[in-house]
Design a protein around this ligand. Structure first.
Ligand SMILES: Nc1ncnc2c1ncn2[C@@H]1O[C@H](COP(=O)(O)OP(=O)(O)OP(=O)(O)O)[C@@H](O)[C@H]1O
Ligand SMILES: [Mg+2]
Length: 567
């Protein structure tokens, strides 16, 4: 704001020999004599000093801003992430993993523009605008009005071209991402493109996309040219008008030439805060949209997702008698039930198997027990009480779950096993013991870094059977009275199936077990076998009873045994 003033003094008092402004005398105090004798050098020094101070202030402001903005992003991101992890697993189905990732990474980052926009406007644009306006009005009210109007016109004149440049740049980006997608798809299907002789078509498509991208880029360049020239022309025209007015004010004795010089420089300085206004206005509204998307996720409660802890929830002290399903129905989407009125009881210490075709509802039954989902109708009871009356933590603490999909985290083997008891420090001996029990110790010792092998690295991929055994080791470590296993032998060859099943039998000792499996021989020694078909229990009993019955189970059994013999 002060930048042009030394220039005015040089102009009016050094060149034109007018008396210097009184404010200088006040500022200089006792040094005034010395200052007035060397006015030119002092003013030139002032010119440089003011510019230095302005730049330093700007620099500090930018640093303060980036600190604040990044701290906000970090906090927001962590809170959102923690919140998402608190929500029931149904969230990722409702929202899609990609969308969640986008909200946690991009949206939190973009929302910092809110901080950027608000702080720039509040601490820079608005004070600059008001300050300059106040000084101008103080010096010459009429000319101040003219200058402000001119600055506004200037912004408007260039706004149109600015919008055009942005539009073209955005189009170019879209075409460029299309090019990237094309390359990605082609590298993935390279072999097939060759086999099928589709190379030419792909190249043509590449030409097309590249052309579109080139056109948009050239267009952006053209508008950019217009934008720069229009700014210059508008600035020149504004200056011309200002000179016209200013000269008549000087002639009328209401203005000094140096003051006119200051106004002309203010015309340029005003342009910036006004531009910032429009720019940040758009940025702020975009950032607000991001904040809104974040808030939508933050506003979701477990109750919205169907799993909700009641305020009166009590601890489940221990597991004593039984798990019971009482007319349990479940629907992922309203109207289409995948489980229908399931009723059965699992006394403590029993091993119960869920068998049936793919899609018959085995995994869904298992998921209801730790309340990954809640029954749509009916209730699941433990020791005679609805599991919704227990705290989620105490309920899940009684269970070890081995899921159907092999969820290993990108960390060391040791940490992956230790997750069985996340709330406490686990000793190495306990981990090794769990791994041994799960038939995993031997292959873990053969990994490059043994228990410290990092599963995040691509080279350390485990086979399905190995991953399964790590999960079983995790369940061993957890040492919970209820064990839920989904497809313990899914997708394994006979050798690794034997190893996994051995581990599984050991895990099942002295525990209450619910296991879902396609493979009947794996579960034939269960105390109770429930045969599911399309969400209903169609047969129940132990292996001998079901074989005697000669129904679906009998038929499935014969088919599987025959298939095995043929192999
Ligand atoms: N996330 C989901 N959203 C909607 N429907 C689902 C979802 N998961 C499963 N289903 C449906 O619920 C039914 C039961 O699925 P479930 O996974 O329980 O079967 P399953 O017996 O475990 O099958 P598999 O042997 O293949 O593991 C299926 O018809 C399936 O299409
Ligand atoms: Mg399943």
């Amino acid at each position: 704001m002060l930048q042009p003033w030394p220039l005015q003094v040089v102009f009016d008092s050094v060149i034109l020999d007018k008396p210097p402004p009184r404010i200088l005398a006040t500022l200089a105090g006792p040094f005034w004599d010395a200052v007035s004798r060397n006015l030119l050098s002092v003013m030139i020094a002032a010119l440089v000093l003011v510019a230095l101070a302005a730049s330093a202030a700007m620099y500090l402001q930018n640093i303060a801003y980036i600190r604040l903005a990044q701290a906000t992003v970090r906090k927001l991101r962590i809170r959102l992430f923690a919140h998402v992890l608190e929500l029931p697993v149904a969230l990722s189905r409702r929202m899609g993993a990609g969308e969640l990732i986008e909200r946690i990474t991009t949206d939190t980052d973009d929302s910092q523009k809110l901080v950027e926009g608000a702080s720039t406007l509040l601490f820079r644009s608005i004070p600059t605008f008001l300050g300059i306006t106040a000084i101008m009005v103080w010096v010459d009210g009429a000319l101040a009005l003219v200058t402000i109007v001119l600055a506004l016109v200037l912004v408007l004149a260039t706004y149109y071209f600015g919008v055009k440049v942005k539009g073209a740049i955005r189009r170019k980006r879209v075409h460029e991402s299309e090019v990237a997608t094309l390359v990605e798809a082609a590298t993935k299907t390279h072999k097939w493109l060759k086999v099928l002789g589709l190379n030419k078509g792909e190249i043509e498509r590449m030409e097309e996309k590249s052309d579109a991208s080139r056109r948009a880029a050239v267009e952006a360049g053209i508008w950019q040219g217009f934008y720069v020239s229009s700014t210059n022309v508008a600035l020149a025209a504004g200056s011309a008008v200002l000179v016209l007015f200013g000269v008549s004010r000087i002639k009328a004795g209401q203005l000094s030439p140096g003051e006119l010089l200051v106004f002309m420089s203010y015309l340029k300085s005003l342009y910036k805060p006004i531009r910032e206004f429009t720019k940040y206005f758009i940025k702020i509204s975009k950032a607000l949209a991001c904040v809104e998307r974040i808030e939508q996720v933050m506003a979701l409660t477990p109750c919205d997702m169907g799993v909700c802890e009641s305020p009166q929830a009590e601890e489940l002290p221990s597991f004593r008698r039984s798990i019971a399903f009482d007319k349990v129905s479940y629907a992922f989407e309203a109207g289409s039930e995948v489980l229908r009125e399931l009723s059965f009881e699992i006394p403590k210490g029993w091993k119960v198997a869920l068998v049936g075709d793919s899609g018959s509802g085995k995994s869904t039954v298992l998921n209801l027990i730790p309340r990954f989902f809640d029954a749509t109708r009916g209730s699941v009871r433990i020791d005679g009480r609805d599991i919704r009356s227990f705290t989620l933590e105490s309920l899940r603490k009684r269970m070890a779950v081995v899921t159907q999909d092999l969820v290993l985290f990108s960390t060391t083997v040791r940490s992956n096993i230790a997750l069985g008891r996340p709330e406490e420090e686990v000793s190495r001996e306990e981990i090794v013991e769990a791994a041994r029990a799960a038939n995993a110790h031997d292959f873990i010792m053969k990994l490059p870094d043994g228990y410290e092998t990092d599963l995040a690295s691509g080279e350390n991929r485990l086979s399905g059977g190995q991953a399964k055994r790590i999960l079983i080791a995790r369940a061993f470590l957890r040492d919970a009275p209820i064990v839920l296993l989904d497809e313990p032998s899914g997708g394994l060859d006979p050798a690794s199936e034997n190893q996994v099943m051995e581990a599984f039998d050991r895990l099942a000792e002295h525990k209450t077990v619910v296991v879902a499996s396609h493979r009947l021989p794996v579960v034939a020694n269960s105390d109770l076998i429930l045969v599911l078909r399309q969400g209903r229990i169609v047969e129940r009993g132990d292996h001998r009873a079901l074989m005697r019955q000669g129904g679906i189970y009998h038929e499935l059994w014969s088919r599987q045994v025959r298939a095995r013999q043929e192999n």
